[in-house]
Design a binder for this molecule. Structure first.
Ligand SMILES: *[C@@H]1O[C@H](CO)[C@@H](O)[C@H](O)[C@H]1NC(C)=O
Ligand SMILES: *[C@@H]1O[C@H](CO)[C@@H](O)[C@H](O)[C@H]1NC(C)=O
Ligand SMILES: CC(=O)N[C@H]1CO[C@H](CO)[C@@H](O)[C@@H]1O
Length: 833
């Protein structure tokens, strides 16, 4: 590539002279991106969220919110024995022996602190990541201390940075792939002091990455090598290796590093077979640049004995000097950022009734959730061929044994690329976007930074396709696919998922209506900076503009649900109107679409099935879209949606309420095609209550729901409300995923609605019901907080679900994730009155 070569040549010879001119040029380019006034919020928002640990499935993976751009991060391994290298840390894995690994203070616009207690490597690592005020520069400080009894533990740290070729934010190709080069004199025996890389890309402009070797204040000690060891492997020096890898392979940094290491080790073994004692692990596992490669992927490796500390600085060369980091200024910025993060947390969440330790726990819930903020870009597998006939079921899985998960056999084609900015349920186990989870993720965030929540909602809604469909699990790009078993990778347009984002959006609109719109002022840039996080919600015109933008997508999404998940009503002469729905794509034991996979549903499989939880989700969507039509003053739409909403509420009573069981239930038909209710008490039967679809006047129904909720023989456990009644025949059977365990997201909704119904039934409720609700609320809230907190103390993590008999942790770890709604529970009042 001639152009690139000339460019590199010019750039690296004339970088210093250029820097001045380039700065003007880049300012110009940026000003063009953001020329009009309206864009000042856009620009602030863009820059303050440009960089982050957005490759959140790694322990530390830093990237900008730009497609296929610069990927950087940290790997490490123990070098006391030969075994350590096989457990090199990079991807955050469920099985890694970590006593802790989470962001404990974090704000996506500022940065924060992650702590990692690695029991295999016998070290505790603190990683501080901070951004500059303008958001375009960042720095990382890595500190590691050995565990007691392992004071001279030897650890290798590897920083990698790789340029992926880049695309423009609109997905089109850039003219120039960019370059990344070592920018100090090459020394095959390694380096003392700071290693510097310089680079250029269209979207990032000119940039530098500097990696130091600690400073005079550190107690860094590098292990020594036996006499006569090859100089190129000197463990007292920093080693650098770079090579050209295809852009789509940059993310495979760990595998590439291991291959290079293997080549080096094999070469050593064949040459020095007799002298292997000269090559202990901390010597032989140093990378060597044997072939004088130079390319887009760079590794910088260090060996430490005992404590370790070093820093990495990323500089946007076009930034003014006041915005750039130096090794001398990192620490004061870290101190400042951490204290601002703490202050912001305390301002938004009032936890003063809790102990210091519990407050730390609360802050870790939010930090861990936000530490999962991720940016994805890539293609996904979708099966649009094997259309699922509305009247057929995916797999006849009568033959499956209990506990076995049967999966629809789909064949996917790649579509895209798409981009997604999202939180993730669990960095080690589910490091990707989940539609059903995301609405819950946004609940704690709405309070803290509603502007970011709106960014995330918009990013998701952008993925709604022309048919109104969105994949329930977003597995974008090869890196994401590498973490999902092949049989789960393909998404089907026939399968939907609970539209929880609509639920989150109604919470948001509710809270915006509490603000006084007429007081909103025109915000200048100065104000914007301090208000960023709550700008749109405080500005009715911006909120209306935002809503106007997403409205067409929402409408088509809503229409798709009504079209594809329609239930049979007239065929069986039931219902008061046609609002009734059935989740498509279910099997005998699973309805993945519903999100509560193995919750028991009517059997045998029948097209006459109607699902009460889906009708409630339709109600949530309708209510949400009605509110939006209201904001946009679309009177006709608003009236139409209001009618659908009341039809849904009518049919909930007509089609799904069982007088016999005093509960809302799924429905089907019997042998004579007569409407019947199939009741499995648990989360599904609570749905009308959880989504505020039970009218306040229906106090009798509410009382029955509360009675069963508080019955220890049914739903009540000491650790929260269990997913399925103890009295149900399927209780704790099969894979027991949603057939007993306590899930925190649903429990959050239960608490929130106990509160809600306590308030709105005041004109109707007996004194007795009022007291029942108050008691259920207080005890449930206490039980939940207590158990999640205790399990966190015990295991170092919060979890996907909790055992209803012992409170013990279950499923995926570091599930922050909707389990973080426990933070909202902590903030709720202790008692209702
Ligand atoms: C490392 O972390 C553990 C907690 O996971 C703590 O008990 C221990 O004191 C820490 N060690 C050091 C040296 O800080
Ligand atoms: C809202 O949109 C209108 C029309 O596109 C535009 O003129 C106005 O400046 C926007 N207002 C804000 C606050 O973004
Ligand atoms: C404790 C309690 O009131 N449980 C009720 C749950 O619902 C059934 C009806 O199916 C009632 O009979 C129980 O009394």
């Amino acid at each position: 590539m001639l152009v690139a070569t000339i460019y590199q040549y010019l750039f690296f010879l004339l970088a210093t002279v250029w820097a001045i001119q380039e700065q003007d040029e880049f300012d110009l380019i940026r000003d063009q991106h953001f020329e009009d006034d309206d864009a000042s919020y856009e620009r602030l928002s863009h820059d303050s969220l440009l960089w982050g640990p957005y490759n959140s499935g790694r322990y530390l993976g830093i990237r900008p919110r730009i497609p296929e751009s610069l990927l950087s991060g940290l790997m490490w391994f123990n070098v006391d024995s030969q075994l350590g290298v096989g457990q090199a840390r990079d991807f955050y894995e469920q099985g890694d022996k970590m006593a802790r690994a989470n962001w404990v203070q974090f704000d996506p616009r500022l940065g924060g602190r992650q702590v990692i207690h690695d029991n295999d490597c016998h070290i505790n690592i603190t990683i501080d990541f901070v951004k500059s005020e303008n958001g375009r520069n960042w720095a990382v400080k890595i500190k590691s201390v050995p565990h007691a009894g392992h004071e001279s533990v030897k650890t290798s740290f590897v920083w990698y940075s790789g340029l992926q070729g880049e695309r423009k934010s609109d997905g089109t190709n850039v003219a120039n792939e960019g370059v990344l080069k070592l920018d100090i004199p090459r020394n095959e025996n390694g380096y003392k002091g700071t290693v510097k890389l310089s680079g250029f890309s269209e979207e990032l402009g000119l940039f530098e990455i500097k990696i130091n070797d600690g400073g005079d204040h550190t107690k860094n000690k590098h292990p020594s090598a036996p006499k006569g060891t090859m100089k190129a492997l000197n463990p007292k020096r920093t080693h650098h290796l770079s090579l050209r890898v295809p852009n789509p392979s940059v993310w495979q940094n760990r595998g590439i590093f291991m291959t290079l290491l293997k080549d080096s080790v094999q070469d050593i073994l064949s040459t020095y077979a007799e002298e292997t004692d000269k090559f202990p692990p901390h010597v032989v596992y140093n990378i060597r640049n044997m072939n004088n490669y130079e390319g887009n992927l760079h590794f910088v490796q260090k060996m430490f004995e005992g404590e370790a500390e070093f820093d990495v600085i990323y500089t946007d060369v076009a930034s003014p000097p006041t915005e750039r980091f130096t090794f001398e200024t990192i620490q004061s910025r870290i101190d400042e950022v951490l204290s601002r993060v703490n202050r912001k947390f305390r301002e938004n969440f009032q936890l003063h009734k809790f102990s210091d330790r519990q407050q730390e726990f609360g802050q870790e819930m939010l930090s861990g959730l936000l530490g999962g903020l991720s940016y994805f870009y890539g293609d996904q597998l979708v099966d649009r061929q094997s259309a699922i006939d509305a009247d057929e079921f995916l797999v006849n899985d009568d033959d499956f044994d209990d506990g076995e998960t049967e999966i629809p056999k789909l064949k996917g084609d790649l579509e895209g690329p798409y981009e997604l900015f999202t939180l993730v349920p669990s960095r080690p186990f589910f490091p990707r976007g989940f539609y059903w989870d995301e609405g819950f993720h946004l609940l704690p965030l709405l309070k803290y930074d509603s502007d970011l929540a709106l960014e995330i909602i918009k990013s998701w809604f952008n993925l709604i396709d022309d048919d109104g469909w969105i994949a329930r699990e977003q597995i974008l790009g090869a890196e994401s696919r590498s973490r999902v078993p092949a049989e789960f990778q393909v998404q089907s347009p026939a399968i939907v998922n609970p539209p929880t984002l609509m639920l989150a959006f109604t919470y948001l609109l509710d809270s915006s209506q509490r603000y006084k719109f007429d007081e909103a002022v025109d915000l200048g840039e100065g104000d914007l900076k301090s208000d960023i996080g709550q700008v749109v919600l405080n500005n009715p015109e911006m909120l209306a503009n935002y809503t106007r933008q997403i409205y067409p997508k929402l409408k088509s999404h809503f229409d798709m649900f009504r079209r594809t998940q329609q239930g049979s009503v007239e065929e069986f002469n039931r219902g008061q109107n046609k609002e009734a729905y059935r989740w498509r794509g279910r099997t005998v034991s699973h309805s993945l679409a519903s999100g509560i996979d193995d919750y028991p549903r009517p059997l045998p499989l029948d097209v006459a099935e109607l699902n009460v939880d889906l009708l409630c989700w339709m109600g949530v969507m309708t209510r949400s879209i009605r509110m939006i039509a209201g904001i946009l003053e679309l009177k006709e739409d608003e009236q139409h949606f209001a009618k659908v909403e009341s039809d849904i509420i009518d049919n909930l009573a007509a089609l799904h309420w069982s007088e016999e069981h005093k509960a809302y239930c799924d429905a089907s038909v019997d042998d004579d095609d007569e409407h019947i209710l199939v009741c499995h008490k648990g989360y599904v039967s609570l749905f009308p209550f959880l989504t505020k679809m039970v009218p306040a006047e229906s106090v009798d129904k509410i009382e029955s729901i509360v009675d069963n909720l508080t019955d220890p023989e049914e739903l009540w456990s000491d650790y929260g409300i269990r997913s399925l009644s103890k009295a149900d025949e399927f209780y704790r059977t099969g894979e027991n995923y949603w057939r007993a365990p306590v899930w925190i997201n649903i429990n959050y909704l239960i608490l929130e609605n106990l509160q809600h119904y306590h308030e709105i039934t005041k004109p109707y409720a007996s004194r007795q019901l009022k007291e029942k609700i108050e008691m259920a609320y207080s005890e449930l809230r206490q039980n939940l907080i207590k158990n999640v907190y205790q399990q966190w103390e015990k295991t170092g993590f919060v979890w996907e679900s909790y055992d209803d008999q012992t409170g013990a942790n279950k499923g995926a770890k570091n599930f922050l994730g909707w389990t973080s709604t426990v933070l909202l529970m902590m903030e709720m009042p202790e008692k209702l009155d």
